[in-house]
Design a protein around this ligand. Structure first.
Ligand code: GLU
Length: 599
C-alpha cells in the first residue's frame, strides 16, 4: 500500500529522535535469554508458553512454592512484555483450572465486554449507514472492549493462589525494565504490524523506536509497562478498574493518538471509567463431555470453543477413527468440524444475552443427527445447514443454511502445572496481532480490538444471529483452553491461538493424540488443516504435501494454503508424577517448554 509506505518513511524521520528503547545488548543489561526448547519431561510442575522469558518466569514461581495459578499470572504478565502483540493488560481471555484438592475443573471468563453506551449499530458508519470495512473498524477506539485480563489474574489468585499479585508481577517487571533480546519471530511480527503500529504515535514510539523495526538480537525494554505493573502492584487492580491506569485507557479509547499524517480515519470509542468499574471476570462451569472414556473440559460461552470442540468430538465418537485408514480419519475430522461450525454460527453467543442450547448441542443424541450427515465417500458442500438441537430425535434434521462469519488469528495459549497437581490451561489475547494498534500512551501496552469478533451485521438470514453487538455483551470467541481427565486425574491440557482455527487445532491435536496413535509432541507438530463450514479447508503447506491429501481431494475435499495454523501448547500427565511438556518446534519460531525438575 503506497500510502502506508510513504507514511512509514515520513514517520521514520519524525521519530529519529524518539525514545531510545532499543540497543545492542551490553554485558549485564538484558537478562540472559533462557534456552528455548519445544519439549521437556520431568517432575514438580511444568510450563509451556510462547517465549523463553515467560516460561522461565513461571518455572521460577513454581520453584519458589507458587501454585499453577501464581505461575500462570507470572507467565501472562511476562508475555505482556515479550509477546505484546498477542497478549497483555489491554486484552482478555479464558482461564481453565484443575484443582487437585477438589478434583474439579473450573473456569474464569475474562472476555472483554462492550462499553454500556455502545451496541447494535456500533460498527455502522454514520456517514453511509453501512458497516465499516473490517480493517477500518480494527484500528479504532470502537473495536476496544473493556479489558478483562487483570481481573482474570486477580480472580485466579484469589481462588487458587498462594502469592500476592505484586509478587507474581515482579518477574515481568524485571524483564520489562532490563529488556529482552528480540527474536527473529518478534522482529517478524513487528515488521508485519509496522504499518498499523505506525498509525498511532504511542505505538510507533514503543515498538518502532527511531522509526525502525527492531532487529533480532537487539534489546527491547518497556519501562512504561514496568511502571504500570509496579503501580498495580502497589495500588491493586483498582488502579486499572477505576484508577489512574483506567483513566488513561478510557482517554486513549476516546482519543486514539493518531500519528501525524496517518492514513486512517479517527474513530473513537465510547468507553467510560464506569465500564471499567463495572467489569467482572466471571467464575463458570466448564463444558464437559465423555470422549472414548476421557473427560474433556472446555470453555463455555462466551467462548464457542468448548461447545464446538465438544460437538465435533461427540460426532467423531460415533466412528472408530483408530481403525480407519488415515484418509478416512482425516475426512471425518474435517466433516465433523464442518457440521459443528454450522451449529456454532447459528446458536452460540454470549449466554448472558442470548439463549444458547449448550446441553442440547453437547448431547450424544444431537451428535448422532449430525454424524449421519457425513458421507464417507464425499465431502459436504458448504455452507452446510445447522442442525436442530431443540428436536434432535428425528434423524438427520437440519434447518435452513446461512453463510458463516470469519475470524482473524493471533493470540497465545499456555499451560502450567504445579507440584500439587493443579493445572492451568489459559488462552489470552488482544484479538488481532497488535490488537487495535493503539498503545496507551505512557503505559506500555496495546489495546485489544476484541469487539470486531462480533458480526457487524446479521449473518443468519431470517434466523436470529447470536453474535451481534450489544452494550455489556461479550463477543463470541473461539478460544478453547482444554483440560482432559482420565479416571478423574489430569491426562492432557492443551490449547492454541488462531481465531476460529483455534477450535480445529485443539480438535486435531486431541484426535491425533487420542485416536491416531501420536505422542503429544507429534500431535502438536503434525501438519494442520481447518474446516469451518467453508467451501475449502485452510491447510498448511506441510499438510498439502502429505500423501493423504490426494486421497482427501478424491473425496471432494479442497484446500487453500494459508501458511501456519495455530501455536499449540500442551501438557501430558504420565505415570509416577511425570509430566511431558510440549510446544511448537517450528510455528511462531518455536515455543518454550520447561519442567521444574528434569529428574
Ligand atoms: N479473538 C479471537 C477469539 O476470541 C482470538 C484471537 C486469535 O487467536 O486470533 O476467538
Amino acid at each position: 500500500m503506497p500510502a502506508s509506505r510513504n507514511f512509514r518513511a515520513a514517520m521514520s524521520i519524525g521519530l529519529a529522535a524518539g525514545l531510545a528503547l532499543v540497543c545492542t545488548p551490553a554485558p549485564g543489561s538484558a537478562q540472559p535469554r533462557p534456552a528455548t526448547q519445544p519439549v521437556a519431561e520431568g517432575t514438580g510442575g511444568a510450563v509451556v508458553s510462547d517465549t523463553a522469558e515467560s516460561t522461565q518466569a513461571g518455572i521460577d514461581v513454581l520453584r519458589r512454592g507458587g501454585t499453577a495459578a501464581d505461575a500462570a499470572v507470572a507467565v501472562a504478565a511476562t508475555l505482556g512484555v515479550t509477546d505484546p502483540y498477542v497478549a497483555g493488560l489491554g486484552g482478555g481471555g479464558y482461564f481453565v483450572y484443575y484443582d487437585a484438592r477438589t478434583g474439579k475443573v473450573s473456569t474464569i471468563d475474562g472476555r472483554e465486554t462492550t462499553p454500556a453506551a455502545d451496541g447494535a449499530e456500533m460498527f455502522l458508519d454514520p456517514a453511509t449507514g453501512r458497516p465499516y470495512p473490517f480493517e477500518t473498524a480494527v484500528e479504532s477506539g470502537r473495536s476496544v472492549g473493556v479489558p478483562g485480563t487483570l481481573a482474570t489474574w486477580e480472580r485466579a489468585l484469589r481462588r487458587w493462589g498462594r502469592f500476592s499479585l505484586a509478587d507474581n508481577l515482579r518477574p515481568a517487571e524485571r524483564v520489562a525494565d532490563r529488556g529482552f533480546v528480540v527474536t527473529p519471530a518478534f522482529a517478524q511480527q513487528t515488521q508485519q504490524n509496522a504499518a498499523k503500529l505506525g498509525h498511532f504515535s504511542s505505538s510507533a514510539a514503543l515498538f518502532l523506536p527511531g522509526g525502525r523495526v527492531p532487529a533480532a538480537g537487539q534489546v527491547l525494554r518497556n519501562p512504561d509497562l514496568a511502571a504500570t505493573y509496579r503501580q498495580i502492584a502497589r495500588q491493586g487492580t483498582g488502579a486499572f478498574y477505576g484508577g489512574a491506569v483506567g483513566r488513561d485507557v478510557v482517554h486513549t479509547v476516546q482519543h486514539p493518538p493518531l500519528a501525524q499524517g496517518a492514513p486512517i480515519p479517527r474513530i473513537t470509542g465510547p468507553m467510560q471509567l464506569s465500564d471499567l468499574r463495572a467489569y467482572r471476570a466471571l467464575d463458570g462451569t466448564p463444558t464437559h463431555l465423555d470422549y472414548r472414556g476421557y473427560d474433556v473440559y472446555g470453555m463455555a460461552p462466551s467462548s464457542s470453543g468448548g461447545i464446538t470442540v465438544g460437538e465435533s468430538l461427540n460426532i467423531l465418537g460415533t466412528f472408530d477413527l483408530a481403525r480407519m485408514d488415515r484418509v478416512q480419519a482425516l475426512h471425518h475430522y474435517l466433516e465433523a468440524s464442518r457440521l459443528a461450525f454450522a451449529d456454532r454460527n447459528r446458536y452460540i453467543g454470549d449466554a448472558r444475552y442470548v439463549n444458547v442450547p449448550q446441553q442440547q448441542l453437547l448431547s450424544k443424541s444431537f451428535a448422532a443427527t449430525r454424524a449421519c450427515q457425513i458421507d464417507p465417500a464425499k465431502a459436504g458442500k458448504s455452507p452446510v445447514a445447522p442442525g436442530d438441537p431443540y428436536s434432535p430425535g428425528g434423524g438427520c434434521k437440519t434447518v435452513p443454511a446461512a453463510s458463516s462469519d470469519s475470524n482473524e488469528q493471533h493470540t497465545n495459549h499456555f499451560v502450567v502445572s504445579d507440584r500439587w497437581g493443579n493445572v492451568v490451561s489459559y488462552t489470552n489475547t488482544i484479538e488481532q496481532s497488535a490488537g487495535s494498534g493503539i498503545t496507551v500512551p505512557g503505559r506500555g501496552f496495546l489495546l485489544n480490538n476484541e469487539l470486531t469478533d462480533f458480526n457487524f451485521a446479521p449473518t443468519q438470514g431470517s434466523a436470529p444471529d447470536p453474535n451481534l453487538p450489544e452494550g455489556g455483551k461479550r463477543p463470541r470467541s473461539s478460544m478453547s483452553p482444554t483440560i482432559v481427565l482420565k479416571d478423574g486425574k489430569p491426562f492432557l491440557a492443551v490449547g492454541s491461538p488462531g481465531g476460529a482455527t483455534i477450535i480445529t487445532t485443539v480438535l486435531q491435536v486431541l484426535v491425533n493424540r487420542l485416536d491416531l496413535g501420536m505422542t503429544l509432541p507429534q500431535a502438536i507438530a503434525a501438519p494442520r488443516a481447518s474446516q469451518r463450514n467453508a467451501a475449502t479447508s485452510d491447510a498448511e503447506p506441510a499438510f498439502l504435501a502429505q500423501p493423504t491429501t490426494a486421497g482427501l481431494k478424491a473425496l471432494g475435499q479442497s484446500f487453500t494454503d494459508v501458511g501456519p495454523i495455530g501455536v499449540a501448547a500442551g501438557l501430558e500427565f504420565l505415570p509416577h508424577g511425570r509430566i511431558l511438556a510440549a510446544g511448537e518446534p517450528v510455528r511462531r519460531g518455536g515455543t518454550a517448554a520447561a519442567v521444574v525438575s528434569r529428574r
